[in-house]
Design a protein around this ligand. Structure first.
Ligand SMILES: *[C@@H]1O[C@H](CO)[C@@H](O)[C@H](O)[C@H]1NC(C)=O
Length: 498
């Protein structure tokens, strides 16, 4: 692919030659300096035009040049990127394409303001080495089921000097209680007392609203807990119209999710609400809620290695279940179907130990039909499988699984209700388990490029916190993985947060 830089460079040369020729014709002329100015102006304009190259990206809504939501140019129109599947690998590609060394963080939930343009990209899969975001795999231009509160963004690595001192103070995030220990909280404008816009009050001030940027189920969950309203089933960024000039009282609230009071969470020391005017935070709280627990005992019991020729993995390749090296082999080797991949297989058994059913976030008419596996996927990222080295770096390209959710095995006395077959309703009932046996396609991590050694295996469900649960602290199993050239041992699992 020709980069816009090389195209632009060619254009510079062509226009420069053109300027010389035109200048030559008219020479000697008193107008020549005027003409040169004219051509330089033209050149600048063309240059700007050329920069609007397919696949160009920019960051919007950030306070500093190295951060923001990502927008990409396609078909001469800018569009957003959805935060499903968005992680460090994608952020790294974005930052490098923009000329930064790397990424500090991949952000989601429209951290830098709600999306004001169409979503061009969804379900990104980069291996981290691509030169351009457009080179990564994704669902196809404009194929997206994302909402405006799901814009993906990045914070890129940068020199300290860029952190202008006058600004860095205003963008620092500190615990709310350090400044406002006596902050009050309430909900207003809902259909019932368990939902509504979040309002906060500093002593001696009016009630004010909360900036919606970055608002997620983690923050919403703390509000529901603090107000004794149960658990958060929805975290909504909504537009609020007000005549009052300063109706937003706080921004950048960021919680871990298990805090008992919102004052334990971080916030911006000065209000920064870059999204659409009037984007405010709302919640829906519920008493009954699902709670997924991953069965780490079954995981340890079933983990093992298997070598498979790529011939048998063609469906899996369509669903992004193998490492990117496999796609390279497919592209470059005529005999690729005979190459083998080494897979670490295991059973993922997931129990709903809550008091309400776990239901997919995407409505039925938007479910994706997977031709290869002949079923619908109702939730794009239901689980992630990762292998992490001792320094905390994700190595073997993990993968993100979008399952078909159903009741496979229930406790005595509970009738299974959700079934994938025949476009059935998907979900996991209370006290039922959804089982993905190790012999199911895609139920593995492709470790063909992994070197022998000690690692951490992490299997997490609902990892992006897109669906409400009682707790996210039991959604991941983190296990020891010992990989020799011939065997894999998974042991000492602990349950934690994704
Ligand atoms: C689920 O199981 C728990 C204990 O195992 C029980 O207390 C609860 O009533 C069950 N819930 C349903 C809906 O069956």
């Amino acid at each position: 692919m020709e980069t816009w830089k090389s195209v632009a460079a060619k254009a510079v040369v062509i226009v420069a030659i053109f300027v010389l020729i035109v200048d030559g014709w008219n020479h000697p002329s008193r107008n020549s300096s005027k003409k040169v100015k004219y051509h330089v102006r033209r050149l600048r304009k063309d240059f700007r035009q050329l920069k609007k190259q397919e696949g160009a990206i920019k960051l919007v809504g950030g306070r500093r040049p190295f951060e923001g939501n990502v927008e990409i140019l396609h078909d001469a129109k800018w569009g957003c990127v959805c935060d499903d599947e968005w992680d460090h690998l994608e952020a790294t590609v974005v930052c490098r394409q923009l000329g930064f060394e790397g990424a500090i963080q991949a952000t989601g939930n429209s951290r830098f303001g709600i999306a004001r343009r169409r979503f061009w990209m969804d379900n990104m899969f980069c291996d981290g080495r691509e030169d351009y975001l457009g080179m990564c795999r994704f669902d196809g231009w404009g194929n997206s089921d994302c909402e405006s509160s799901e814009a993906a963004g990045v914070i890129c690595t940068h020199d300290k000097e860029e952190d202008l001192p006058s600004r860095s103070i205003s963008t620092r995030r500190i615990k709310i209680k350090e400044r406002h220990p006596r902050l009050q909280t309430r909900l207003t404008g809902g259909r019932n007392p368990s939902e509504g816009r979040v309002e906060i009050k500093f002593p001696d001030q009016d009630w004010k609203l909360v900036c919606g940027d970055g608002w997620s189920l983690l923050e919403a969950g703390v509000i529901c807990r603090q107000l004794n309203l149960g658990y958060a089933s929805d975290a909504i960024q909504m537009t609020f119209h007000s005549d009052k000039k300063e109706f937003i009282g706080i921004s950048g609230i960021q919680c871990h999710g298990n805090e008992h009071h919102i004052t334990e969470c971080l916030h911006d020391t000065s209000i920064q609400c870059p999204g659409a005017r009037g984007n405010v935070a709302s919640v829906v709280c519920k008493r009954d809620m699902a709670d997924l627990v991953i069965d780490h005992i079954e995981l340890m019991r079933t983990a093992h290695l298997e070598d498979r020729p790529l011939f048998w993995l063609q469906c899996a390749m369509e669903e992004n279940c193998v490492a990117s090296e496999a796609y390279r082999i497919q592209k470059e080797s005529a005999d690729w179907t005979r190459e083998t991949r080494r897979l670490l297989k295991f059973t993922a058994r997931i129990l709903n130990a809550g008091t309400a059913d776990f239901r997919p976030s995407v409505p039925k008419h938007l479910w994706e039909w997977h031709m290869c596996h002949m079923h619908y996927h109702s939730m794009e990222v239901f689980a992630t499988f990762d292998i992490i080295d001792s320094s905390g770096k994700r190595i073997a390209e993990g993968h993100k699984a979008s399952f078909c959710l159903e009741d496979n095995l229930c406790m005595p006395g509970v009738k299974p209700r959700y079934k994938c077959a025949n476009y059935g309703d998907q979900g996991i009932s209370v006290n039922c388990t959804d089982i993905y046996r190790y012999n199911i396609d895609c139920q593995w991590i492709d470790i063909s490029e992994l070197e022998a050694g000690h690692y951490t295996l992490k299997v997490a469900v609902n990892p992006e916190f897109k669906i409400g649960e009682m707790s996210f602290e039991n959604n991941a199993a983190k296990c020891q993985l010992l990989y020799t050239e011939s065997q894999a041992f998974v042991y000492d699992c602990i349950i934690g947060r994704p």
